[in-house]
Design a protein around this ligand. Structure first.
Ligand SMILES: Nc1ncnc2c1ncn2[C@@H]1O[C@H](COP(=O)(O)OP(=O)(O)O)[C@@H](O)[C@H]1O
Ligand SMILES: [Mg+2]
Length: 397
């Protein structure tokens, strides 16, 4: 499968005769050294990545790390000094200006931090703007705009002006305008950075639920790690124009590649991003209903464990059986575990975040069972693991 977006060896050097910074003798020099010696600013340094269709690719970094330069190069608002940018396998850096115009109007839409709305146009005309530029007739573009406005939850606001709306609502207009042209790709440059935390969380949730329905390919820029972890399928971390780490949210949090990433990650509670399936282990011991109490007791004794998960005839988890319970049944000459009095197990799904599992652990002395949708036992989480799973990222308190 061809990646929707592929960036290969992209460089952007700002200043006169930028190719000077590409010479081999500068390959090992830092951004600061290049600036001091040549007076050139390294905006992007050998950036490569690819984004699959339907993915949210987050680019994260501190201010000045090159994020905006990168998105601008993706649509040639800034021309790269070197390297290639492919959309669906086509290098857009080779496009003629006519091809480029068509690409910008139809394939891609941008959402900016400061909304970029036209103040003298009502919401409907703001949202229809991209279609108007495409030359679409009034009736058709109003139809598409109305639909996009509904999609972002602003039905009823079509005839208001941006200044009559809150920041969060204005940014929804920005998103509606981007969606109205039905682009394959959305480029979002810190779209939520100007919003209050509560509004921001809300609009992040809305973007995720929109994405579930729309499956756009999204390049999302942020300087906020929590936002990156929440939205990203993949996250690339930039520093001084370079991508210094790329990975899934979980990889970024569990294996930060260097001190810079570690510093970012320290602020994030690992419990919010690590799921049960990442820390679960093979169940230490299971016994089966069909085995009967004597075999169950023997199995527990020979493994020197006080309790085991009991699996039913239908292979679903029934609960926990202790040595005492098995011994009692055995002395009553019960042949079956079918109606055995057992201890209910604390259960969780593989996708549950550690944050929600910790309170469960406090309620039981036994491991927590990780159970699939069909009721089968996938693994167990022991208390110790739950705590060590957390400690690496929260040492500082
Ligand atoms: N047109 C330009 N001319 C010179 N330097 C620029 C220009 N645009 C950006 N830069 C520099 O490139 C670096 C990256 O900027 P930018 O991509 O805006 O970072 P970010 O979006 O991550 O905050 C900064 O040091 C910035 O000063
Ligand atoms: Mg920026």
């Amino acid at each position: 499968m061809v990646a929707q977006i592929k960036v290969a060896g992209l460089w952007k050097i700002f200043g006169a005769r930028p190719e000077r910074a590409l010479q081999p003798e500068y390959a090992a020099k830092s951004r600061a050294e290049i600036q001091a010696e040549l007076g050139l600013v390294v905006g992007l340094r050998d950036v490569s990545f690819s984004v699959d269709r339907g993915q949210i690719f987050v680019v994260m970094g501190l201010s000045g790390s090159g994020k905006s330069t990168l998105v601008r190069c993706l649509i040639r608002l800034t021309e790269a000094t070197k390297g290639q940018v492919y959309f669906d396998g086509e290098d857009i850096c080779t496009y003629s200006s006519a091809q480029l115009t068509q690409f910008r109007r139809q394939k891609i839409a941008m959402v900016f931090q400061h909304f970029g709305l036209l103040p003298h146009r009502r919401v409907l005309d703001n949202v229809a703007y991209g279609l108007e530029i495409q030359g679409m007739g009034k009736a058709a573009r109003y139809r598409a705009a109305t639909e996009a406005i509904e999609t972002v939850g602003l039905k009823g606001w079509e005839h208001y002006y941006p200044r009559e709306m809150s920041g969060g609502m204005q940014q929804r207009v920005g998103i509606a305008r981007a969606l109205a042209v039905n682009p394959d790709v959305l480029l979002m440059d810190e779209p939520f950075s100007g919003l209050d935390p509560l509004i921001r969380r809300e609009i992040q949730d809305e973007l995720l639920s929109l994405q579930t329905a729309l499956h756009k390919t999204i390049v999302f820029i942020t300087h906020d790690l929590n936002e990156a972890l929440k939205l990203g399928d993949r996250i690339a971390i930039m520093r001084d124009g370079q991508i210094i780490q790329e990975g899934s949210p979980e990889e970024i949090v569990t294996l930060p590649s260097d001190d810079y990433v570690t510093e970012f990650v320290q602020d994030v509670s690992r419990s919010k991003v690590i799921q049960a399936q990442a820390i679960m282990q093979e169940p230490s011991l299971v016994v089966y209903e069909r085995q009967g109490p004597r075999v169950a007791l023997h199995t527990m004794q020979s493994h020197s464990v006080g309790a085991a998960f009991l699996i039913g005839r239908d292979f679903t988890l029934r609960g926990i059986i202790t040595q005492e319970q098995a011994a009692a049944l055995s002395s009553q000459h019960q042949e079956s575990l079918e109606d055995a009095p057992i201890t209910p197990a604390m259960t969780t799904t593989p996708e549950t975040y550690i944050e929600e599992i910790i309170p469960l652990a406090a309620q039981t002395e036994y491991p927590i069972a990780v159970v699939a949708e069909n009721g089968s036992l996938l693994g167990e989480i022991r208390r110790g693991v739950l705590l060590t799973g957390l400690s690496a990222g929260s040492e500082e308190g």
